[in-house]
Ligand binder design. Structure first.
Ligand SMILES: [Zn+2]
Length: 293
């Protein structure tokens, strides 16, 4: 009996020592552990992945192909957020559903990626589609980088370097795309909903009108007539639909006026548009193809 007790004691000591050794190793193990963060829409997801690199586990809440304007999350979406330290969202009437979801998942840090450019959004009557202006997208990247650096200071210099490199890449690509668009003769276009206001400002295009001022609210017959008059007046050759929002109105206008229908994507996340920069390239190419001579 006594022998068994001594043996048990020895085993206990061995186990305790190995546990202690294991504990001593924990800090370095933590050092390589990924930080989990969530993003509401694909562009923010891509920014967080670019900046967070190998130390961030980024989850995207809005499934690619869905519109944040019409999305209603399911209870199961809370699971995606389990363990997330922060959520990156846009606010300005675009993705409030995510805040409720994140609160339900006990996420502690809510990051409005536009917190430093609220004045610009106010000057555009609260239009939330800021990310499609590459210069403003960089301001959003700055906020995302700051958040990762605060939440995970052990890798601050890593995140900072990624931020610097990525925003340089945005600059280079945006400059090249701007030069491509500068060659367009007719810069007038009509978008489906006001997603391209900031994009048009940056790239020197002219958003003459939109079909649905509020997504889901079809234009009245009077507004339809006004749109068709604008198309003639501004020599508009194409009307743009979007992959996430569908409406028969686009077909009706195209039929009435005899102009083409092309696609512009404000969100991306699907094949061929699986990065923010590819999304910009897709939209610029679509515009040149549809509006060029
Ligand atoms: Zn929108």
């Amino acid at each position: 009996m006594k022998k068994i007790t001594i043996l048990t004691l020895i085993i206990t000591i061995i186990v305790s020592i190995s546990l202690l050794v294991g504990c001593a190793k924990t800090p370095s193990a933590n050092n390589t552990q990924k930080i989990k963060v969530a993003a509401t829409i694909f562009p923010f997801y891509d920014f967080a992945k670019e900046i967070g690199g190998k130390y961030a586990d980024v989850v995207l809440i809005l499934p690619p192909g869905s519109s944040p304007h019409t999305f209603s999350p399911k209870i199961s979406d809370i699971k995606k957020l389990a363990g997330a330290k922060a959520i990156f969202y846009n606010d300005a009437g675009l993705d409030e559903w995510a805040v409720k979801l994140a609160k339900g998942a006990n996420v502690k840090t809510f990051v409005n990626v536009n917190s430093t450019i609220q004045n610009i959004i106010s000057a555009h009557n609260g239009n939330p589609h800021v990310w499609l202006n590459p210069s403003l997208a960089k301001a959003e990247c700055r906020v995302i980088a700051n958040t990762l650096e605060e939440l995970d200071p052990a890798h601050k210099s890593y995140y900072e370097l990624n931020y610097q490199n990525y925003t340089k890449e945005i600059d280079t690509e945006a400059k090249a795309l701007k030069e491509k668009l500068a060659k367009l003769q007719n810069k007038n276009f009509i978008a489906f909903h006001p997603a391209y206001t900031y994009f048009a400002e940056y790239f020197g295009l002219s958003e003459v009108a939109v079909i649905e001022k509020v997504p889901g609210q079809k234009p009245t017959p009077k507004e339809m007539l006004a749109l068709e008059q604008l198309i003639k007046q501004h020599n508009i050759k194409v009307i743009f639909s979007e992959p996430q929002l569908h409406s028969d109105i686009v077909n009706a206008i195209a039929k009435d006026t005899g102009i083409k229908i092309a696609t512009l994507d404000p969100l991306g996340g699907t094949d061929g548009r699986d990065s923010y920069l590819k999304l910009l390239q897709f939209d610029v190419d679509a515009i040149i193809k549809a509006m060029g001579k």
